[in-house]
Design a binder for this molecule. Structure first.
Ligand SMILES: Cc1cc2nc3c(=O)[nH]c(=O)nc-3n(C[C@H](O)[C@H](O)[C@H](O)COP(=O)(O)OP(=O)(O)OC[C@H]3O[C@@H](n4cnc5c(N)ncnc54)[C@H](O)[C@@H]3O)c2cc1C
Length: 555
């Protein structure tokens, strides 16, 4: 029997992991990996840090090269070779050697497409002006570095406030540039819910980044040697360079031309084994549509982890194994000026888009480790779960330390179909410098589980008519005097038992404290005394995340 020939288009995250796994499973296969770029297996995720100079040696971004693929894995990696088309009937790809222009054909028994996604470049006036960059490849980031050096650039406008936009903002500030971010939405970090994005925005502004939110780009021109970004509101932002970070689009041209099925989200449609509508062709990575584990909908997700896992699963399928891709939950993290921003699963926005109802949210603001141990930092956490059975749907967290660890735990729980009752019971690492005897993850589970069990009813600040409700602030008087919600009555937790007569029995009481804990104690006390009470989730700190500055009163 002749050896199997596996051809892989794209030699980075999905493609390279597929190639290496194919070799581990089949020593006799001929494996050819084609990439039109100058590199295989480079660290796209490190590019912003190369621009910023944290990674200063370009070679550090090159994780493997064709020689290593040959020597270690007996894989032929051909860079500078672009696949132009697929002949599915003949089972051949047509390839162009870019340096010489030579065209040739390569037959395959199994073909894997991992062409990635290309940065969106909307056809706006002036989009091709020199100095407007995208960040996808090592040469892209080298060009940005060179431009900054040659032009002695002092300012940049970044279009788009997603992960790449924020990472680029930090790195350009590190290089001494003054940075403005223009974002069409009213918030940074579009996958997040707006109230969770608020501390990120404040943090960025504290680090000197100017945010022009709620304003789309209308076009570009140049004046006095600088680029000008014109926005839909009529604003004009001048800068020495512009970074486009407004998202990516799956590279599907090859697949479409070959007649492969493409889904309604615009990605290549694959089954659980990453097989396309052609039985000999697999597709992985940013180019494919995947199932959202939480909503069950098809979605696109441009992240390195899923691309690597999918590459492995396609290799398994090609080599006769029955591995299956279980879907994505969008677990992602980003660091911005010392703040860690991480999320997993559904946001409220995504649930609303998918018309999912019957969920509840809790907010909490625990410390990353025991408060008595020096250096404790708060983490803002939002947990979303199904009310009927406590199934965890998603979580977002923002803070200066150990945020990723909490989101990773919750991500694993979501993957295993876990509930808030599981979080309540999770046994996690604890010593004073690492966590709490009740970890923030346990707290999140306990608060949610208490609500489901009816031990304490939670209220969401966004749904309580503040002007009309009986708001009971159970913090200490000094805290109340510093600032409080307008109209709230202050009755400190420690005094409640002695002053029950002051509270109305014919109205529902909405209780809040600093972060929700004293409110919980008060709610338990008062409900056992026959009062109708709800604890406002996350307390005053959540109110501050949600409320516009003018609805905060101080005495
Ligand atoms: C700046 C930046 C930062 C990122 N940071 C993170 C992060 O922190 N965490 C994270 O999880 N993800 C991050 N990502 C996303 C992550 O890099 C991608 O999800 C992942 O690389 C996708 O893998 P892929 O194999 O689908 O595509 P890619 O890694 O993009 O590889 C596709 C390759 O295919 C080649 N190709 C395309 N068409 C052809 C053709 N016709 N013929 C030959 N070759 C072709 C391209 O040249 C490219 O080299 C980042 C991405 C960028 C750009």
């Amino acid at each position: 029997m002749s050896e199997k020939k596996i051809v892989i288009v794209g030699g980075v995250a999905g493609g390279a992991s597929c190639a290496a796994r194919c070799r581990r499973l089949d020593e006799s296969a001929r494996i050819l990996m084609l990439d039109r770029g100058p590199h295989v297996s480079f660290a796209n995720c490190g590019l912003p840090y190369y621009v910023g100079g944290i990674i200063d040696d370009e070679s550090k971004l090159l994780i493997a090269n064709p020689a290593l693929f040959k020597d270690r894995f007996n894989i032929e990696a051909r860079t500078g070779n672009e696949v132009l088309s697929i002949d599915t009937a003949a089972r051949e790809v047509e390839v162009k050697e870019l340096a010489s222009g030579r065209l040739y054909r390569e037959p395959y028994d199994a073909l894997v497409l991992s062409p990635g996604a290309s940065p969106v470049r909307p056809p706006l006036p002036g989009i091709d002006l020199p100095g407007i960059f995208v960040v996808r490849t090592v040469p892209d980031s080298r060009r940005i570095r060179e431009w900054i050096d040659q032009k002695n650039a002092k300012s940049a406008v970044i279009i788009g406030a997603g992960f790449i936009g924020l990472e680029m903002a930090e790195n350009l500030v590190l290089r001494g540039l003054s940075v403005t971010i223009v974002e069409m939405l009213n918030q940074v970090m579009p996958p997040f819910d707006p109230e969770m994005a608020r501390p990120i925005q404040e943090h960025m502004e504290r680090h000197g980044v100017k945010l022009a939110l709620g304003d789309g780009v209308a076009g570009f021109d140049s004046a006095a040697g600088q680029l000008v970004v014109n926005t839909q509101s009529g604003a004009r932002h001048t800068a020495d360079l512009v970074i486009l970070a407004i998202g990516v689009r799956p590279e599907t041209a090859l697949a479409k031309a070959a007649g492969l099925q493409v889904g309604q989200r615009g990605g290549i449609r694959v089954d659980e084994q990453m097989r396309t509508s052609d039985a000999r062709i697999w597709a992985v990575g940013d180019a494919v549509e995947v199932r959202d584990l939480v909503t069950g909908d098809w979605t696109l997700l441009a992240l390195a982890g899923p691309a690597n896992r999918q590459g492995r699963i396609a290799a398994d399928a090609i080599c006769g194994r029955n591995s299956k891709f279980c879907g994505v939950q969008g677990t992602a993290v980003c660091g911005i000026f010392g703040l860690t921003v991480a999320g997993t699963g559904a946001s409220e926005k995504s649930l609303q888009r998918a018309s999912v109802t019957g969920y509840e949210t809790v907010y909490l603001h625990p410390s990353n480790h025991a408060g008595y141990y020096p250096g404790a930092k708060p983490i803002n956490i939002k947990l979303i779960f199904r009310k009927s059975d406590g199934r965890i749907l998603g979580a977002q967290a923002v803070g200066e330390a150990d945020v990723d660890k909490r989101i990773d735990v919750i991500a694993t729980a979501i993957q295993f179909g876990g509930t808030v009752f599981d979080l309540e019971e999770s046994e996690l690492c604890y010593a004073p410098q690492f966590g709490g005897a009740k970890d923030p993850v346990n707290y999140a589970g306990m608060i949610a589980a208490n609500s489901i069990r009816g031990d304490v009813l939670l209220a969401d600040w966004r749904h309580v008519p503040l002007s009309d409700s009986f708001l009971l602030d159970v913090r200490d008087p000094e805290e109340f005097e510093t600032s409080h919600v307008p109209g709230a009555i202050n009755l400190p937790l420690n005094r409640i038992r002695h002053r029950l007569a002051e509270l109305p029995r014919d109205r529902e009481l909405f209780i809040y404290c600093g972060v929700g804990q004293r409110g919980y104690y008060a709610a338990r006390l008062l409900s056992q005394k026959g009062f109708r009470v709800k604890n406002l989730s996350g307390g005053y700190r959540t109110y501050r995340l949600l409320a516009p500055a003018n609805s905060i009163a101080s005495s």
